[in-house]
Design a protein around this ligand. Structure first.
Ligand SMILES: *Cc1c(COP(=O)(O)O)cnc(C)c1O
Length: 361
C-alpha cells in the first residue's frame, strides 16, 4: 500500500489514523457484529455514536448551550436555499460576495427574497476580502451572509464583518475546525464536511436556538426546515449515518491533537512554509492579497499555462496529487487541511524548489 500527498480541495485528505480505525471496525463495530453502515440509526450503538460526535464537537468549538448542532444532508449547497427559506422573515438579506460559493448562495437566496449584494471582490477575480467595517446593511436585513474561507480563490476573512447588529451567517466549509472561533459572534455556522472533517454527504449546521422557528417561507419542504431536524436531534429521518461516524472519529483525533488552538498553530506553520517559499520563488507566485491569505487553500501560478501543466504532471508523478487549480482560475492550488501533515508541505516545497531549479530559464 502506498499513500500519496493529497492536496485536493475536497473531498480531501483525512487523518490516516481515522481511516485505519474505521477499517478495523468495518466488519464488527465495537462487538455489535456489524458495520456502522448496517446499523439502525435508532439503535443504542448509533445513538451513542451521534451523541458522542455532537458532544466532542461542542467541546472542540466551545459551543454554547443556546446553539443547536444539526447533522444534515445535501452538502453545503443545500444550505444556500435552506438559510433564506428559514431565516428570511422580512424577506431581506445582505450578502458579501467573495467568491463562487458566496455568489451561488446569493443567487439562490434571490429566488426567495431580496438578496442584496452589499460588497464584492469580483472586480479583481476575488483575490481579496473587501473592507467590511462600514457596509450599507439594510435595516430590514434578516441576516448578513459570508463565505468565511474562499476555497477556490484562497482568501479568508481575518476579521468578521461589522453586521451592525444583524445576525451573521457563515459558510465555513473549507475552514471548519481549522482554528478556534467565537461561536457567539454568529447566528449560523455551517459547512459541508468533505473539506476538513469527513466524507461528503454530511453538512453540519450550528444554529442559535432563537433562529429555529416554525415561521418559515410558505411551501418550505419538511426536510428543509431547521426546526424539524432540531426537534428530532438530527434523527427526523435516516441521517448520513456512516459519515457522521467518521466525523466523530475526526473530532476525537482533533481532541487528541490538542484541540483547535493546537491545530491552528500547526496550520499556521504549514501555511507559512508554503507562503514563504512563494514569496521568495522566482518561478511560482501566490495569487491573492497577502493580508487575506487562507490557511487552508493556497493557489499559485507560474504565469505560463504550459509550465503550470508541466508542474502539475511532474508533481503527480512524484506523489503530490490534486494540485491543479480550480477550473475557473487555472494554475495550481494546494489545499493543506488539518489532516495534511507538516511533512507533506515540506516535501511539496522541496519538490517545487527542485522543479524551479530545473525549469527557470
Ligand atoms: C465545497 C464548498 C461548497 C459546496 O459544497 P457541497 O457540499 O458540494 O455543496 C460550498 N461552500 C464552500 C466554501 C465550499 O468549499
Amino acid at each position: 500500500m502506498s499513500r500519496v500527498y493529497n492536496f485536493s480541495a475536497g473531498p480531501a485528505v483525512l487523518p490516516e489514523e481515522v481511516l485505519k480505525e474505521a477499517a478495523d471496525e468495518m466488519l464488527d463495530y465495537n462487538g455489535s457484529g456489524m458495520s456502522v453502515m448496517e446499523m439502525s440509526h435508532r439503535s443504542k450503538e448509533y445513538d451513542d455514536i451521534i451523541k458522542t460526535a455532537e458532544k466532542d464537537l461542542r467541546d472542540l468549538m466551545n459551543i454554547p448551550d443556546n446553539y443547536k448542532v444539526l447533522f444534515l444532508q445535501g452538502g453545503a449547497s443545500q444550505q444556500f436555499a435552506m438559510i433564506p427559506m428559514n431565516l428570511m422573515k422580512n424577506g431581506v438579506a445582505d450578502y458579501i460576495v467573495t467568491g463562487q460559493w458566496a455568489k451561488k448562495a446569493w443567487q439562490e437566496a434571490s429566488k426567495y427574497g431580496k438578496a442584496n449584494k452589499i460588497a464584492s471582490s469580483e472586480d479583481k477575480t476575488f483575490s481579496y476580502i473587501p473592507d467590511c467595517s462600514d457596509l450599507p446593511i439594510d435595516d430590514n436585513a434578516d441576516y448578513v451572509y459570508i463565505c468565511e474561507n474562499n476555497t477556490i480563490y484562497g482568501t479568508k476573512f481575518k476579521e468578521l464583518p461589522n453586521t451592525k447588529g444583524k445576525t451573521l451567517v457563515a459558510d465555513v466549509s473549507s475552514c471548519f475546525l481549522s482554528e478556534p472561533v467565537d461561536v457567539t459572534k454568529y447566528g449560523v455556522i455551517y459547512g459541508g464536511v468533505q473539506k476538513n472533517i469527513g466524507p461528503a454527504g454530511v453538512v453540519i449546521v450550528i444554529i442559535r436556538e432563537d433562529l429555529i422557528t416554525e415561521d418559515v417561507m410558505p411551501g418550505t419542504p419538511t426536510m428543509l426546515q431547521y426546526k424539524i431536524h432540531a426537534d428530532a436531534d438530527s434523527l427526523y429521518n435516516t441521517p448520513p449515518a456512516y459519515g457522521i461516524y467518521i466525523c466523530g472519529k475526526v473530532f476525537k483525533w482533533l481532541k487528541k491533537m490538542g484541540g483547535l488552538e493546537k491545530i491552528k498553530e500547526i496550520n499556521e506553520k504549514k501555511a507559512k512554509i508554503l507562503y514563504d517559499f512563494l514569496d521568495e520563488s522566482k518561478l511560482f507566485k501566490g495569487t491573492v492579497e497577502k493580508k487575506d491569505r487562507s490557511l487552508m487553500n493556497v493557489p499559485f501560478v507560474t504565469g505560463d499555462a504550459d509550465m503550470d501543466a508541466k508542474f502539475v504532471a511532474e508533481a503527480k508523478k512524484a506523489g503530490f496529487v490534486n494540485l491543479k487549480g480550480h477550473r475557473s482560475v487555472g494554475g495550481m492550488r494546494a489545499s493543506i487541511y488539518n489532516a495534511m501533515p507538516v511533512e507533506g508541505v515540506v516535501a511539496l516545497v522541496d519538490f517545487m524548489k527542485k522543479f524551479e531549479a530545473e525549469n527557470l530559464k
